[in-house]
Design a protein around this ligand. Structure first.
Ligand SMILES: [Mg+2]
Length: 176
């Protein structure tokens, strides 16, 4: 069972509360979650927040999990955060919503899926991946930045808008 909540952005997550529940490993999407789409710099406020959460021990590890098939990009983003792992799909079957990269991150870091929280801006990719991987918590954040990949703009975002209208409550979101 994955508990899914919706928050404006990653800096609204109470990592101290997650730590109390034994959840200290952060799995996060990159584009539109940590940086605006098309941007290769982590949002400074986000970077500062995550660093402070690590410093006090609320976050033990950070794994960046992206569907973008560009390891150089993922590495560049990971370095800015001092992330412990970054994963890109090596085959089409490994793309989110498949759970593959989340399981792979847990394996690489030697951490349990039950100690992880997944964060991302895509209902159809990130939240479904979280659920199929079996992470206990997932946070669906609003898109960071003002642009989208064209496929997202015309297909996924309209679906997400309908979903938000149908389930305006931000807690315990059913994802179908
Ligand atoms: Mg994204």
């Amino acid at each position: 069972m994955t508990n899914i909540v919706r928050l404006p952005d990653i800096t609204h997550i109470n990592f101290e509360l997650l730590r109390v529940s034994g959840v200290t490993n952060l799995f996060t999407d990159i584009e539109s979650t940590l940086a605006p789409y098309g941007d290769s710099q982590i949002d400074p406020y986000t970077a500062e927040f995550l660093e402070s959460q690590r410093a006090v021990g609320n976050i033990a590890t950070i794994s960046l999990i992206t569907n973008r098939r560009d390891p150089a990009f993922a590495k560049h983003m990971a370095e800015q955060l001092g992330a412990d792992a970054y994963l890109c799909p090596t085959s089409k079957d490994h793309r989110k919503p498949a759970p593959h990269m989340l399981h792979e991150a847990a394996r690489m870091l030697g951490v349990s899926i039950s100690s992880a929280v997944m964060v991302g801006d895509k209902l159809t990719g990130d939240m479904h991946a979280a659920r199929s991987a079996g992470v206990p918590y997932a946070v669906w954040v609003d898109r960071l930045g003002s642009t989208d990949h064209p496929g997202d703009r015309y297909l996924r975002r309209p679906y997400e808008r309908l979903h938000k209208r149908r389930y305006p409550d931000r807690l315990l979101i059913p994802i179908g």
